[in-house]
Design a protein around this ligand. Structure first.
Ligand SMILES: O=C(O)C(=O)C[C@H](O)[C@H](O)COP(=O)(O)O
Length: 219
């Protein structure tokens, strides 16, 4: 893991390091700030520490702050980053990487300026080319199943030999292995590690077990 040159600041990561840390990046939706720390601890206990907290709920930024402060073993990232303002707010809340459901140069520029590694979301060849033009070649393929799944990734391997993907959207424990077996896939993303009912009921041991199973998926 690359350590930031700035003494006193936390370690920083390249987008590739965010992707290679574990076979799965959990997509997290938090409804209650009180769930943030136990959920992050449960995932870390199962061997998953790169955590994508989506900016889909009003408490998402507060949750990121809590995890960043109280679970130093976790690396908090922001998901659903749709604008430069989202990226700035996430960085202020302690996010150390960003994931976006699509790509715009404004988001790419903002993340670069903030020193926030970004996994931009793409679903077409033109979007891959736009992200690559801005220097982004580690990409989230979203929504993976709906936009062509395994066949799409196989087709992209031809023209986009230097691009690596994190397919997300419809990836499950049943199909994750097939995605991870593709040479242009480094990791997958998915919400299955954090089932809403388990988070609501505080079933942290179930989440640790799901994380453990995900962490041992073979690439
Ligand atoms: O919120 C975002 O920024 C997204 O890009 C969407 C999520 O990555 C997918 O909704 C996860 O998909 P599932 O694993 O099928 O639930």
């Amino acid at each position: 893991m690359a350590v930031n040159d700035n003494p006193g600041r936390e370690a920083t990561f390249s987008p590739l390091e965010v992707m290679t840390d574990a076979p799965v990046i959990p997509v997290i939706v938090l409804e209650d700030v009180e769930h943030a720390v136990p959920l992050a601890r449960a995932l870390v206990a199962g061997g998953i520490r790169m955590l994508e907290v989506t900016l889909r709920t009003p408490v998402a930024l507060a949750c990121m702050e809590r995890i960043a402060l109280e679970v130093p073993e976790a690396v908090t990232g922001a998901g659903t980053v749709r604008s430069a303002a989202d990226a700035e707010a996430a960085r202020r809340a302690g996010a150390r990487f960003a994931v976006s459901p699509g790509y715009t140069s404004a988001v790419g520029r903002a993340c670069r300026d903030l020193g926030l590694p970004l996994l931009p979301g793409v679903a077409t060849g033109s979007e891959i080319m736009a992200a690559a033009e801005d220097g982004y070649t580690e990409l989230k393929f979203f929504p993976a199943m709906q936009a062509g799944g395994l066949a799409m990734l196989k087709a992209w391997a031809g023209p986009f030999t230097d691009v690596r993907f994190c397919p997300t959207g419809g990836v499950t424990p049943l199909n994750a292995r097939e995605f991870l077996a593709l040479p242009n896939v480094v990791c997958v993303g998915g919400s299955w590690l954090c089932p809403v009912e388990s988070v609501r009921s505080g079933d942290w041991s179930r989440i640790t077990q799901l994380a453990r199973d995900a962490a041992t998926l073979r690439r």
